[in-house]
Every structure is written in structure tokens, then in C-alpha cells.
Ligand binder design. Structure first.
Ligand SMILES: Cc1cc2nc3c(=O)[nH]c(=O)nc-3n(C[C@H](O)[C@H](O)[C@H](O)COP(=O)(O)OP(=O)(O)OC[C@H]3O[C@@H](n4cnc5c(N)ncnc54)[C@H](O)[C@@H]3O)c2cc1C
Length: 405
């Protein structure tokens, strides 16, 4: 096996695979190291428990990498409206893509569909080597090269090492990069639900004191839920039989989608906010959940990671075009400066939302209900929030703007 690359990416999740596609397109030699061999052999008619709300900016990135058509051939679900309301008052906001003159707000896509489409593209690139299933156990960053040791004893090296290995990043730990953040003391319970009424291509979210409950529309008419709640309550919800779970869900969500008819398997994920103090060292760059994790209430986590991947690919392309060292800290700092501010702004906003909507203090309850209703009536503010949530604001990479890399 080849052991020397231009770039080694550790982690072939949605973010690492996106970067590998973008670098593969540029003709760079890439080693993509992953702990698990992906399993794309799913039963007909089944739906992945894990889905992501994908923004228009992320859609452009996938289009630029020729992965979007593959996703569409499998299954993507557009959503055109979003309705958000507070369980403790009358505050409500309705986002409608038509108000912006846009056909939709985004798409809900199963994570495995995203992964499949990216891997379908990757096999086209002879210059990308998929190395799996192996764990990275050690790392060395030197003046001219970076290398990692794999748990089968092999060593691979490159000019640049990229950590796309998720929120508990081994590479971040080995590099000694600290993080700031906290647990939300919430778990996100996920499941696929069939409801009596159609979802109307709308994402629904009810804010309750214990956390938000979202219904995300899927193309077969069912909805994927993310129910953020205390870890104890999440454990109880997982232990219930289907009938009792649907009853609990009905009473939490209300009647907007009619009766809850059936549910698929359930799972729960701990939720935390975490931000790496630094994204780069000489010959190392962090991206995706390895650099930042965020509350899923606005469905932005992987979108921030995809923006990181597109930006880093652009920074590398520009460095190559001007014969600069792609692993030099000076090169990588451009990526860090570009992404850190935007990521931090989104994380801070989501954290403030989570706190405001989780508060039981009367004045804050009044404030958020009044705020929701007021924002709903103030078109320019509402449109600005929508553009932000669609990923259309800020300093976008060429790929996110629909241009060539
Ligand atoms: C309940 C829930 C709902 C969410 N909904 C949304 C949403 O609607 N929209 C959205 O944008 N985001 C959402 N998110 C966030 C999103 O899921 C994450 O941001 C995204 O999965 C991060 O992708 P990643 O590729 O950075 O990391 P990961 O998906 O964690 O991938 C990391 C990869 O690295 C591999 N790896 C780890 N360590 C090693 C090692 N030592 N050696 C080799 N390989 C290794 C792992 O096997 C894995 O494949 C949600 C999150 C949760 C919990």
C-alpha cells in the first residue's frame, strides 16, 4: 500500500469524505483513514435513524463535487417552510421560502445517503486511497512532514494531516489542542415517525422547557424526529414500548400532524457545545466536529463542517497555484481565520437560543414569546434569519457559491 501522500485525512464521516472529494478533484494524493468500513447495504424501504438538514450552501458544495445528483437519485426531501413555537406561550414564527423568492429552505437527507454519494464519487479518484478499518493511535508533526501510526502497525505520512475524526478527536488530543465548552445535560432522541397528517414539506419545532422537539420531513411522508431532553427522560423514552412512546410523543408535540401512528427504532445521542481553542498547527488542520460541536436545534452542525471542508480545499488549491507549502502554519492560518469567526458566531447564537428557550424564568418566557411573535411580523429580520439558516450569508467559499474550486 502507498504510505506517502500529499494529505492524510483521518475520519471518513460526512466532513472528511467531502474534503477527500474536493482534494481528489484537484489531483492531490490523499490517504483517507477511517476506523469503520462503511456499510451501504441497507434493506429496501428502510430509513436511516440519522438525518441532517442540509442548507442551500451545502447543497452547492455537493453539486460542485458531483455528489448531489447521486443523493437525489437515492432520496432527498426538500422543505419549504419551518414552523417554530413555544410550548409555554403563544409565541410562534413561520419561515416561508416564498418570502425570499426561493423555492425551498433546504433538504433533509439521511446521513447514510450523504456518505454513499460521497464514497460513490471517491472511488472515481485513483489518487484517493481509502484505508479502513484502522484506528490512528499516534501522530508526529515534523518540520517537513506529518505522520500517523495505525493500529495495524503501519505508518503513513504526508505534507498535511487533517483531523476530521469527530467530537472526541484523537488527533486533537494528541496535538494537545484544548477545547472550550460544556455538556448541555441533554440527549437527542432520534426516530422515524409516521403521522396521520402529511408534513406539508415543513420542518416543525416545538420548544419545551426540557428542550426542543423537531419533526423533519422525509420524502416517503414520514418524519424524522430529534427530541432533546434530559438524559434521564431520554433513557425512559428509549425503554418504553412503541405504543407508550407514541403516546408520550403525542402529548409533547400536540396535534399539528394529527395522530402519531408508528415509529421505527430509537437511539439517543449526548449533546454538547465544544470549540477547539485552535484549528491549526504546523502540518495539522482540524475541521468538522473535531473543531466544533453545536446543539442540533437549528440543524447547523454538519453544515458548518462542510463549509470548513470547502474552505480548506480552497485554501489548499490557492496555495498549490502559488507554489506554497500546503502544510505550513502560514497557509493553514488563512483557513482558521476564515472559518473560526463564522463557526463561533453560529455556536454562540445557538447556545443563546437553547438557554432562552430552556428558561423557566417568567420574564424570559414573556420575552421569547413576544420576540417570536414580533420577529414573525418583521419581514426584514425574518428574511435575514432565513438567509443565515440557509447558509447564504457570510464569507462563502467558491464551492458554496456554486463556482469551480
Ligand atoms: C441528534 C443529532 C442531530 C443532528 N442533526 C443535524 C442536522 O440536522 N444538520 C446538521 O447540519 N447537523 C446535525 N447534527 C450534527 C452532525 O451530525 C455532526 O456535525 C456531523 O455528523 C459531524 O460530522 P464529522 O464528519 O465532522 O464527524 P463524525 O460524523 O463524528 O465522523 C468522524 C469519523 O472519524 C472516524 N474516526 C474517529 N476516530 C478515529 C481514529 N482514531 N482513527 C480513524 N478514524 C476515526 C469515525 O469512525 C467517523 O467515521 C446532528 C447531531 C446530532 C447528535
Amino acid at each position: 500500500m502507498k504510505t506517502d501522500f500529499d494529505i492524510i485525512i483521518v475520519g471518513a464521516g460526512m466532513v472528511g469524505s467531502t474534503l477527500a472529494c474536493a482534494l481528489g478533484m484537484q489531483g492531490l494524493s490523499v490517504g483517507l483513514v477511517e476506523a469503520h468500513r462503511p456499510d451501504f447495504d441497507w434493506p429496501d424501504g428502510s430509513v436511516d435513524q440519522r438525518v441532517s438538514a442540509i442548507t442551500c450552501a451545502s447543497q452547492q458544495i455537493f453539486k460542485g463535487l458531483n455528489a448531489w445528483d447521486v443523493m437525489c437519485r437515492l432520496r432527498v426531501s426538500p422543505y419549504r417552510d419551518m414552523r417554530v413555537w413555544d410550548a409555554t406561550g403563544s409565541g410562534e414564527i413561520h419561515f416561508d421560502s416564498a418570502d425570499l423568492g426561493e423555492p425551498l429552505l433546504g433538504h433533509i437527507i439521511e446521513n447514510r445517503v450523504i456518505q454513499f454519494a460521497l464514497h460513490d464519487r471517491l472511488v472515481e479518484y485513483d489518487n484517493v486511497t481509502f484505508i479502513a478499518p484502522v484506528l490512528v493511535t499516534a501522530m508526529e508533526l515534523n518540520t517537513d512532514t506529518a505522520s500517523v501510526t495505525l493500529d495495524d502497525g503501519r505508518h503513513v505520512s504526508a505534507k498535511l494531516l487533517v483531523a476530521a475524526d469527530g467530537s472526541r478527536s484523537k488527533l486533537r488530543e494528541l496535538a494537545g489542542i484544548e477545547t472550550q465548552g460544556w455538556s448541555y445535560h441533554q440527549h437527542g432522541v432520534v426516530a422515524t415517525i409516521k403521522t396521520e397528517n402529511t408534513h406539508q414539506e415543513t420542518a416543525w419545532q416545538r420548544f419545551m422547557p426540557d428542550g426542543p422537539l423537531a419533526f423533519l420531513p422525509l420524502s416517503d411522508g414520514s418524519s424524522s424526529i430529534v427530541w432533546s431532553t434530559s438524559p434521564e427522560h431520554a433513557d425512559e423514552l428509549l425503554a418504553l414500548d412503541d405504543g407508550a412512546f407514541l403516546e408520550a410523543l403525542q402529548s409533547a408535540f400536540g396535534e399539528r400532524l394529527g395522530r402519531m401512528l408508528s415509529c421505527g427504532p430509537r437511539a439517543a445521542f449526548p449533546l454538547r457545545m465544544q470549540h477547539a481553542k485552535s484549528y491549526t498547527q504546523h502540518r495539522l488542520a482540524l475541521l468538522g466536529d473535531a473543531a466544533h460541536t453545536i446543539h442540533p436545534l437549528a440543524g447547523q452542525g454538519v453544515n458548518l463542517g462542510l463549509a470548513d471542508a470547502a474552505t480548506l480545499a480552497e485554501v489548499i488549491a490557492d496555495a498549490m497555484a502559488t507554489h506554497k507549502d500546503i502544510g505550513a502554519l502560514k497557509t493553514l492560518r488563512r483557513y482558521e481565520r476564515w472559518r473560526k469567526g463564522d463557526n463561533l458566531a453560529m455556536m454562540t447564537t445557538m447556545d443563546a437560543f437553547k438557554r432562552l428557550f430552556g428558561s423557566k424564568v417568567s420574564i424570559l418566557k414573556w420575552l421569547r414569546n413576544t420576540g417570536l411573535s414580533l420577529t414573525n411580523r418583521t419581514t426584514p429580520v425574518k428574511n435575514m434569519i432565513m438567509r443565515q439558516a440557509m447558509g447564504l450569508e457570510g464569507d462563502l467559499s467558491r464551492l458554496a457559491k456554486g463556482k469551480q474550486l
